[in-house]
Design a protein around this ligand. Structure first.
Ligand code: ADP
Ligand code: 5GP
Length: 188
């Protein structure tokens, strides 16, 4: 069971956080990989819980010191990355790692971990539905929503580079499909 990792990627608004949180609740042996980011904390976010918040200078220093498994400039000026130390910490506890990263990060993590990894692409039924969900979530400005939607079209083209594509239409059905896929991967 140890040393396995599960990677979830999706365009923003597809339901990735909702599905990841559902899976984490069911599996005490799984642990969420806390990424580092150079963006500012939002709302109630705490350092070391949602993210390790670094200044842009600190982030660049860690890049130079080869501290990351992968990193991306997901939005202009905002870096996000998976720290090697985070991966090791979770494996030392014997836990399965869950990653929530952007689609490029997902492809890179799959390359890095190979057969140890299951990579899942979560897909909203359509771009229009994705826009509706972002509006309903109410966490982004109209401009930010349009930016995320515009980016989604390009991100969708990465889907076939993942081990599994999970279409999140009916949420209960998506939960069941995610559970089944994860259980199958962990059982072999
Ligand atoms: P992501 O992490 O991919 O950005 P979220 O998990 O935050 O997406 O989901 C975006 C919004 O859509 C949230 O408000 C969430 O409650 C809602 N949502 C998720 N899945 C569904 C679904 N199957 N049907 C309708 N709304 C959904
Ligand atoms: P947010 O700012 O909304 O928390 O996250 C923005 C995006 O960054 C999401 O798509 C999220 O999956 C992605 N992300 C978070 N951590 C990482 C990481 O470590 N690496 C990469 N490549 N993307 C990440």
């Amino acid at each position: 069971m140890s040393n396995k990792v599960i990677i979830f990627s999706a365009p923003s608004g597809s339901g990735k956080s909702t599905i990841v949180n559902h899976i984490l609740k069911l599996h005490p042996e799984m642990e969420f990989s806390v990424s580092a980011t150079s963006r500012q904390p939002r709302g109630s976010e705490r350092d070391g819980v949602e993210y390790h918040f670094l200044t842009p200078d600190e982030f660049r220093r860690r890049i130079a010191e080869d501290c990351f498994v992968e990193y991306e400039e997901v939005y202009a000026g905002s870096y996000y990355g998976t720290l090697k130390s985070e991966v090791q910490k979770i494996w030392d506890r014997g836990h399965v790692i869950i990653f929530d990263v952007d689609v490029k990060g997902g492809v890179n993590l799959k390359k890095y971990f190979g057969d140890k990894a299951l990579s899942v692409f979560i897909q909203a039924p359509s771009v229009e539905e994705l826009r509706k969900r972002l509006v309903a979530r109410g966490t982004d400005s109209p401009e930010a929503i349009e930016r995320r939607v515009a980016k989604a079209a390009e991100e969708m083209t990465y889907a076939d580079r993942f081990d599994y594509i999970l279409v999140n239409d009916d949420l209960q059905a998506a939960f069941a499909e995610a559970e089944e896929t994860v259980d199958k991967f962990l059982s072999v």
